[in-house]
Design a protein around this ligand. Structure first.
Ligand SMILES: [Zn+2]
Length: 441
């Protein structure tokens, strides 16, 4: 395949290989550092035990109030940011972008969509995901139409945002007069006989009717990235398995060490130049048609957290609060996303300097109090919609700025039993947090 590429592209691909070597070396190094640390930990266990005994003795001599404050500090430390996960997420983002670069060359002469920029989204990278089971990094890959094609975004008929039943209509564009530049015949004004010598248009590959099909796109993308991986000499040393889900794909990357990294990829088409995408994620409906591309705020929300991080400084503990929320939520009906929404509202209401670790207990109480008020009022506003407090650098479609925010608590509002249960659970969560502070778990 390389022999077919022009020399410049070969140089580009070789550069990519060198970078990939560096990346894998970095991941391997990280693993061995972790191993070394754990070895050191076991060697110095006796020493640590002695230290612990000494500390316990000292602690007993302290006043009760001081002990309590110290305990609270220790509890909150376990919810601190995980720099390793962020670094690993950055490395995997780099890897995904390298594979996308290669994939772009592999499908250069076809009319499949162009995979472009990818974004890391989700709790693992943001640093508040709980270490339950395997660590999964989630990415959203932006797709653009290739030459001769246009994506028309049909935003669905429901009035409520984010719109769940949006579709992407694929249209052909006249390319007459550009045959040499674009290296293609015009799909619209060329005879069917002549078009037989050209790759089929997207309408004949990944569409159902005139609409881009999520499931076909997911299968295609998995296959393309797997092929891109085969072009990399390092694929002899590392394994990349593709698991095809209905509307996304999962890549299992296993380097020489037997430790697997999971990369979930969903796709999205950007809505104009905004941070809102029509994505391959499941809609909230019981059945999601294969041509439905629900609007997602995942990229806008990730950008909001970056905005906060840039202003808050290194000692900000807002993600630690969210991680503590996710921890105490286990077993209750509230979702981590609902608590994340509460946090986002509070981050725009409370000055960033008041989110350091020393304010951990106060901020957690604020979050639980805000949640309680929302349940009492039977509404929790969707954060990015109809919210003047969203920073201007988050680029939203006009209708997101002017709409009345939809509520995440619609089911609570409709169902009295559910409302009563939610009220009860807000009390339970307060007790759960007190237990966390006093017992540390
Ligand atoms: Zn034409």
């Amino acid at each position: 395949m390389l022999a077919l590429l022009p020399s410049l592209k070969i140089m580009g691909v070789l550069c990519v290989f060198v970078l990939l070597f560096w990346l894998i070396w970095k991941i391997e190094k990280k693993f061995w550092e972790d191993q070394d640390n754990s070895d050191e930990e076991s060697c110095s266990r006796e020493e640590e035990q002695e230290q612990e005994e000494q500390q316990e003795q000292e602690a007993e001599e302290q006043e009760e109030k001081e002990v309590k404050v110290q305990d609270e500090q220790n509890d909150s430390e376990s919810f601190g940011p995980n720099a390793d996960l962020k670094e690993l997420g950055d490395s995997l983002l780099y890897l995904v972008n390298i594979l996308i670069d290669i994939a772009q060359n592999v499908v250069l002469d076809t009319f499949f969509p162009v995979p472009e920029q990818s974004f890391v989204v989700g709790s693992t990278y943001e640093g508040w995901g709980l270490p339950v089971g395997e660590t999964v990094f989630r990415f959203l890959v932006s797709l653009k139409p290739r030459r001769g094609h246009i994506f028309q975004l049909e935003l669905g008929t429901t009035r409520e945002l984010p719109i769940q039943n949006s579709r992407i209509r694929v249209e052909l564009k006249c390319t007459c007069g550009q045959e040499q530049d674009l290296k293609m015949l015009c799909f619209l004004r060329t005879s069917a006989d002549e078009l037989r010598n050209q790759q089929p248009s997207l309408l004949y590959t990944l569409c159902s009717g005139p609409y881009l099909d999520v499931e076909k796109t997911a299968r295609w993308f998995g296959a393309v990235l797997k092929n891109a991986w085969k072009c990399v000499p390092l694929s002899a040393a590392c394994r990349l398995n593709v698991v095809h889900f209905k509307r996304s794909c999962r890549f299992q990357l296993t380097p020489m060490i037997q430790r697997t990294f999971l990369i979930d990829v969903m796709f999205g088409v950007q809505q104009a130049d905004t941070d809102i995408f029509l994505s391959s994620q499941e809609s909230e409906a019981a059945y999601t048609p294969s041509t439905a591309w629900p609007q997602t705020c995942a990229v806008a929300e990730a950008k909001f957290f970056k905005h906060v991080a840039a202003r808050a400084g290194e000692d900000s503990f807002h993600l630690g609060c969210l991680k503590a929320c996710a921890y105490i939520l286990v077993g209750y009906n509230f979702s981590p996303y609902e608590l994340k929404t509460v946090l986002m509202h509070l981050l725009t209401a409370i000055p960033v300097e008041c989110w350091s670790q020393s304010y951990f207990v106060q901020r957690m109480e604020d979050i639980l109090h805000y949640l309680r008020c929302c349940v009492e009022e039977k509404r929790l506003d969707h954060f990015p919609i109809g919210n003047k407090a969203v920073p201007a650098e988050i680029i939203l479609p006009w209708e997101f700025r002017v709409s009345v925010p939809p509520s995440l608590f619609q089911r609570v509002a409709r169902d009295p039993d559910r409302h009563e249960q939610a009220l009860y659970e807000t009390e339970m969560l307060r007790d759960r947090f007190k237990t966390l502070l006093t017992s540390g778990k």
